[in-house]
Ligand binder design. Structure first.
Ligand SMILES: [Zn+2]
Length: 185
């Protein structure tokens, strides 16, 4: 039963992210988002710790001290800033978050909206993803690159203030368009 529920939760999440990504023109990422959740390393752990109200990774962490499913996931999915953590080229700096390509920042933004919707259900508002991010942001330090954090925060704030339609149009027409033009040059 838990396996079925977990399967439905990840399918539902993927569908939400896909629809949102398609709206801004990220087709390939929309289709391939979180595919590693179907691999045994992630899927079986997800079934075992399924709760429905939060990520099973949190339950695994509380049980064993760390989440093997998350370690597997973040090493394979570029829409997580944790994927981009590496030693700095400057030996003085130690381990830091590298700047994420724009398209993955957008996928991360979509992921956060979908996760908020899934876990908050009827209580979801456009302000929730920003509130959730702000709660954790102070603890991130150098683990997220400042440019990545700035773009993510900018989009979350726009979502909270102006809603999805306006923010998605802005991503499609301004953020992605700017990228396309730079590529052509
Ligand atoms: Zn993911």
């Amino acid at each position: 039963m838990k396996a079925w529920k977990h399967f439905c939760t990840i399918n539902h999440h993927k569908m939400l992210v896909m629809k949102q990504c398609f709206k801004v023109g990220l087709y390939k990422q929309g289709l391939l988002h979180d595919m590693s959740k179907y691999s045994p390393s992630e899927f079986l752990v997800g079934c075992r710790y399924y709760q429905g109200t939060r990520s099973p990774n949190n339950a695994e962490r509380e049980d064993t001290g760390y989440s093997t499913a998350w370690l597997h996931h973040k090493g394979r999915n570029k829409h997580h800033y944790e994927y981009w953590i590496d030693y700095s080229a400057d030996p003085e700096e130690g381990i830091v978050g590298q700047k994420m390509p724009t398209r993955y920042v957008i996928e991360m933004f979509m992921d956060r909206i979908a996760a908020s919707k899934t876990y908050m259900k009827e209580a979801y508002t456009d302000a929730h993803p920003l509130e959730y991010y702000d709660k954790g942001a102070a603890k991130l330090g150098k683990m997220i690159h400042e440019d990545t954090a700035a773009l993510l925060h900018h989009l979350l704030k726009m979502l909270a203030e102006d809603g999805e339609d306006k923010t998605f149009a802005y991503i499609r027409n301004v953020v992605m368009e700017y990228k396309r033009k730079r590529k052509q040059r």
